[in-house]
Design a protein around this ligand. Structure first.
Ligand code: HEM
Length: 454
């Protein structure tokens, strides 16, 4: 392992020059900068604002866990993203965040997830039936990204509202969440163009998408408040939850915000992880064969348990390895409340910090042949060799993804059923390019030819 340099400051002209050249590919620019300056952490000064980027696992652990009290979500998330996605778990800090996290956490407890699995399983089977029907009707090609989007939206909607959403509603949710990512990034990257966005109608179009989501979710909340015999789902959990030591629950606005956040944080990340996973499998016959073998030996019941689903060892390894290579949350943001020092690296009060998961997951300091898809890294025999804090797809510390177990169950079940049901191959020629926003996803979808297995 190389000894990392500390306190490297990248000169502004370098960033300005390269930033313009690689504006559409920030991952390339960041990786190149780390390489050029031969460091795992660098600082930048843009006007009066200070920024730091790091893929050093000790620093990342310090920020997320050891001294987490000094590091909160930056205004990119708490002011800009929250303007569109609402003030929910992902976008708030301090006492309010803690109060909400304590209130909502029990809804994601293992036994609650267990209760959701039967419905989750049924949704997956019915979505795969839909794909089979498309193929039977002569559709030769499907877009795996699109199908996974529909799948994860249906799953999270069912878990939240116990109801099946329509295709029209799927489009509303999909467009709305994509709009809010885009508009947040535009506000952060080019605040000076906000007047132009208003004039050109861009702002109005994005807000109209979002308004449709607010309407949709508000209707669900109104209907549920009036339901004398409500089902047991995440929405009921949110409505019934009471703040510690009080008889007080959340207002409709708070519930709307939290639901929106669960959508924003929950469906696109899972979609992207599954799509990248299918891509990697389509490129590796040996791994796919091993996966098929495991899947063929397992017969899940119609109401699987968390234990059963997590027991699918190789399926879990394949998902982990896909998220190592393509972590949907490719960076995690924070801001320092006060000056700090971590192993000689100085952090200034107010410095905005990007914890660069994508680089960490591919660092040759911690992973041998880091770009190779090798699910055996996560096998029972090899797992213990992974250096601490070098694999963080769900983050770490008090703000660890609240939906991690939900997502893991969902991805395992989708992959298991998909592999059992179809042979698949990528439509070539295909060049994987990343669409790098708050999450990463394949820029040109994922065209595949599926052959149903008997
Ligand atoms: C593969 C799928 C997923 C990935 C990679 C992922 C990743 C993450 C990461 C890295 C964080 C931490 C961000 C930070 O520390 O700043 C996070 C937070 C969060 N995630 Fe996930 N997530 C996934 C799925 C889900 C699902 C399915 C849900 C809900 C059903 C969800 C809900 C949330 C929420 C509410 C937070 C904010 C937690 C807090 O700050 O207290 N996520 N997620």
């Amino acid at each position: 392992m190389t000894m990392s340099k500390t306190n490297v400051t990248v000169p502004l002209p370098y960033i300005l020059f390269n930033g313009v050249r690689h504006a559409k590919d920030p991952i390339h620019l960041i990786s190149k900068t780390l390489n050029v300056y031969d460091t795992s952490t660098y600082h930048l000064k843009v006007a009066r604002s200070k920024r730091m980027l790091t893929q050093d696992p000790e620093i990342i652990n310090h920020v997320l866990q050891k001294n987490h009290k000094n590091y909160v979500k930056s205004s990119i998330v708490t002011d800009v993203l929250s303007k569109y996605a609402g003030k929910g778990l992902l976008t708030t800090n301090g006492d309010y965040w803690l109060k909400q996290r304590r209130l909502i956490q029990p809804g994601f407890h293992k036994h609650k997830i267990d209760e959701l699995l039967t419905d989750m399983n049924a949704v997956i089977l019915s979505m795969l039936d839909d794909i089979s029907a498309k193929i039977a009707n002569g559709q030769s090609q499907i877009d795996a990204l699109d199908e996974m989007t529909r799948m994860t939206l249906k799953i999270v909607s069912k878990a939240l509202f116990s109801s099946d959403i329509t295709d029209e509603q799927i489009n509303i949710l999909k467009d709305g969440v994509q709009s809010l990512q885009e508009i947040t990034l535009k506000e952060v990257q080019s605040p000076m163009l906000s007047g132009w966005r208003k004039l050109s109608g861009y702002q109005r179009r994005s807000e109209a998408h979002l308004h449709q989501i607010y309407e949709l979710v508000s209707t669900y909340i109104r209907e549920r408040r009036a339901d004398p015999d409500p089902p047991s789902d995440l929405m009921s959990m949110l409505l019934d939850a009471r703040y510690e030591g009080t008889d007080e629950g959340m207002t409709d606005q708070q519930i709307l915000d939290e639901i929106l956040i669960i959508f924003v944080a929950g469906f696109e990340t899972t979609t992207n992880a599954l799509t990248f996973c299918l891509y990697l499998l389509s490129q590796d016959a040996a791994v796919l064969q091993k996966l098929k073998q495991e899947v063929s030996q397992i017969k899940l019941s119609d109401n699987p348990s968390v234990r059963e689903v997590m027991g699918m060892r190789y399926v879990t390894q394949v998902i982990s390895e896909s998220m190592r290579l393509f972590p949907p949350a490719w960076f995690i943001d924070r801001v320092a409340l006060d000056d700090d020092e971590i192993n000689g690296e100085t952090v200034a009060k107010g410095e905005i910090i990007a914890l660069y998961t994508y680089g960490l997951h591919r660092s040759p300091d911690y992973w041998s042949e880091p770009d190779r898809f090798d699910p055996d890294r996560f096998s029972a025999e090899n797992k213990h060799k992974i250096t601490a804090n070098t694999f963080l797809p769900f983050g770490k510390g008090p703000r660890l993804c609240i939906g991690a177990q939900f997502a893991q169950m969902e991805m395992n079940l989708v992959l298991y059923h998909f592999i059992k049901r179809f042979d698949f191959k990528l439509v070539e020629p295909y060049q994987l390019e990343l669409d790098t926003k708050i999450t990463i996803r394949p820029k040109h979808g994922m065209p595949m030819i599926l052959t149903p297995l008997a």
